[in-house]
Design a protein around this ligand. Sequence first.
Ligand code: FA5
Length: 343
Amino acid sequence: MKKFEEIREQFKLKINNVNNHQSLKELKVEFFGKKGLITGLMSEMKNIEDKKSYGQAINDLKCELMAQYNIVEQEINEVLLNEQLKKDAIDVTLPGRKNKPAKQNILLKTAREIEMIFIEMGYEIAIGPEVETDFYNFEALNLDKNHPARDMQDTFYINEHLLLRTHTSGIQSRTLQANANKDLKIICPGKVYRRDDDDATHSHQFMQIEGLVVINKKQNISASMRELKTTLSIFANKIFAGEDLEVRFRQSFFPFTEPSVEVDITCSRCKGSGCNFCKQTGFIEVLGAGVIHKNVLKIAGYDEDEYVGFAFGIGVERIALLKHNIDDIRHLYINDERFNKQF
Ligand code: FA5
């Protein structure tokens, strides 16, 4: 019983000096731990005759001291909580931070500018799904299942028949089929996807704006190579107004146009002398175009001998890069405020 009293006194003395979690923890180990003073009382059990009363006494002492311990622990927690609350207090009378209105991303801004140029020329807007069928993305465009040109536009397949569209030309095939034997003058903006390796001028996801004009040959206007070249020259002059950039038409191949061309613009970084950005060519390709292949008109239900048309697909990112002298396509997507606020 003397030993019990000593422990009780010792505990009282120590707990009065506890004022933080660390000393509380040390006290707990010293008295209640595996090798603590209270546990130590148990080792005397073997020398005690009335083991039951002795055990009961240890338990009572433990409960008594534990109750005091819990009170002190609660007090310390309260003090700490109050300190934390004081530290975290918000002065609601301070004036709030102003929200800065976000600027429109330069990519979308460029897309809207391109659209406006064509809308002013009388084009209407058509849209289509980003998850496209193999038929509209390829087959209706004269690219049957095993056509080698499909390799140039490998993409992400949802299943055998559905894929992420590789170009906006799928909207062209849809609109032609829905309006067979009617005149058409549309642009089709949208996102497209390809299994391309990302670099300064390529992305696996990018934007295109498709253009399509179809006219009945009986009319006194046409929509063939000459009109295509004129249209694209007007577009290039408007979008790059004030810039000293050359427009170059280069012979090319697309299964859905015949003849086909690609249009390049002088590299805005080296002004044509050749650099890493333009892969030393002095030019950046911005679009593909051509006179609509007769098979495409036929598949869509048009009388291919009665109608003629041209189509083009503009890479929106490439226009933005050239127009604003941006050195990497990836800047357009990473949403860095320092980049965005320059435009
Ligand atoms: C096409 O996609 C054709 N559908 C264009 C077309 C439409 C031709 C109608 C004839 C008639 P092409 O794969 O070349 O063509 O892509 C067109 C433009 O998209 C390119 O000139 C380029 O500006 C842009 N482009 C192509 N691949 C990428 C890419 N990985 N990242 C960014 N822009 C790209």
